[in-house]
Design a protein around this ligand. Structure first.
Ligand code: PLP
Length: 447
């Protein structure tokens, strides 16, 4: 009866019957029933606790049940839950002024959305309106979101289902920076950053290029950290060729890499910075498309043709202020650097023990372990096609084994993305790395 609480079996069955499970064949969806979360842990309906080694979708940076963020949500709901975005609110001004403190210098005008993908849509439209040009160059190993333009800019195979008919116009792909497996078969540093030269070659040979969009440290597609020369070179190319540089910091922002934003590692200032996830530590859905003052000036006397009902929604903004202040109070940027270095050392120590590990790479609290069938040839266990065909990949099998051992980890095609809440303790890292050490036996056996 409706008065009786549902059993876990009922919750799972109703969920599967009435909802879509994303990025999968529906029949393969068997969701766990989660009832609670605190700090770096979440708890299922049987009372089993899981240590979250990937901060959910690399977004719960502050961990769960942060009292200050929860209070900010409740207070804002009491005070002013919603007002349309054409009005001024305290919450929007407070957050915007705080953003000026933490974003790269020169990024001074803000448009708030409720997701990363919408923030990228805004970036593409702003770039096109501002430049009067159309084409956007992205890179193959990338994810920029699921809505029509963002998926068209996504290099990874999540784009394939939308091709060719549904693919947005004007999106092109350059090779990614991946010094472990260079897509254009060069070797760093002798290459002189040939992947950036290739990108310039594309701009030179295409007409009508408005912008280049990059994840400064690639996230889901394997925590690819560019060599130090890449970003200064890309900035110089974009300046010389009159093309905007969009930094998609949806995942890499908010301390994840040990700086407020990944571009801060190279002192490079993008024209547009897009972010979401960690801006509220995922307590409420908020995305941000932030531009330079120069771009903002253009719209003083040109029509800004964009907006949403839920743009700058007060309940999304007030907790962002609280979340950023908590990051400052807890000194989480430095913590991500220091505890992240410990995490990196622990993960690197796994490599000599496991023939299935190809590379351990990352920075801050942002790491990937890429698995291979053959360390010499760097042959992956699974292909992108396996992923879109819904096959159980080796990394998925290892992740399932870790879950049995009480640790949650994100896996994608042939690597894990390890990005715990920035509050994680060293002892918790030890526990999670031990579970990974044990679970990797599955991959070692599959060689
Ligand atoms: N951009 C990057 C780099 C991402 O990692 C993601 C999500 O994982 C997105 C954009 C899309 O953000 P959202 O899922 O909030 O739409």
């Amino acid at each position: 009866s409706p008065d009786q609480p549902m059993t876990t079996q009922e919750v799972v069955e109703w969920t599967k019957k009435l909802n879509y499970g994303t990025w999968r064949y529906q029949k393969s969806w068997n969701p766990m029933h989660i009832v609670d979360a605190e700090g770096c842990y979440f708890t299922d309906a049987n009372g089993k606790r899981y240590l979250d080694f990937s901060a959910q979708l690399m977004c719960s940076n502050l961990g769960h049940k942060n009292a200050a963020v929860i209070k900010a949500i409740a207070d804002q709901a009491q005070k002013l839950a919603y007002i349309m975005p054409s009005y001024a609110t305290d919450a929007r001004v407070e957050l915007s002024r705080l953003l000026l403190e933490v974003l790269p210098e020169g990024i001074t005008k803000f448009f708030f959305t409720t997701s990363g993908t919408e923030a990228n849509e805004a970036a593409f439209k702003i770039a096109r309106m501002y430049t009067g040009k159309t084409k956007i160059i992205a890179r193959y190993r990338s994810y920029h979101g699921s809505t029509m333009a963002s998926i068209a800019a996504t290099g990874d195979p999540r784009r394939w289902a939308m091709e060719p008919g549904g693919k947005g116009q004007g999106f092109l792909f350059a090779p990614e920076v991946n010094c472990y497996k260079c897509p254009i078969k060069h070797t760093y540093p002798e290459c002189g950053i040939a992947c950036a030269d290739y990108l310039e070659h594309m701009i030179e040979n295409e007409s009508d290029v408005a912008a280049v969009i990059v994840e400064p440290v690639v996230g889901t597609n394997g925590v690819l950290v560019p060599p130090k020369e890449y970003f200064p070179k890309l900035r110089e190319i974009c300046d010389r060729r009159g093309v905007l540089l969009i930094a998609d910091e949806v995942m890499s922002g908010w301390g994840r890499t040990g700086e407020w934003f990944a571009v801060d590692h190279w002192g490079v200032k993008p024209d547009i910075l897009v972010t979401a996830k960690g801006i509220t530590s995922a307590y409420v859905p908020l995305g941000l498309c932030a531009t330079t003052g120069k771009i903002a000036e253009y719209f003083e006397d040109h029509f800004f043709a964009h907006g949403h009902t839920y743009e700058a929604h007060p309940i999304t903004l007030a907790p962002a202020v609280a979340a950023i202040r908590e990051m400052q109070r807890l000194n989480l940027i430095n913590r991500a650097k220091e505890v992240g270095a410990y995490l990196g050392e622990k993960l690197k120590a796994l490599k000599p023990k496991h023939p299935s590990i190809g590379e351990v790479r990352g920075l801050g609290m942002f790491w990937a372990i890429e698995l291979v069938r053959d360390q010499e040839k760097k042959t992956p266990f699974n292909t992108k096609q396996d992923k879109v065909d819904g096959k159980a990949t080796v990394v998925d099998q290892v992740a399932a084994e870790m879950l049995k051992r009480g640790v949650s980890i994100q896996a994608w095609i042939s690597h894990f993305v390890i990005a715990p809440p920035l509050i994680i303790e060293k002892a918790e890292i030890d526990t999670a790395v031990d579970a990974l050490d044990q679970a990797l036996a599955i991959a070692d056996k599959a060689l």
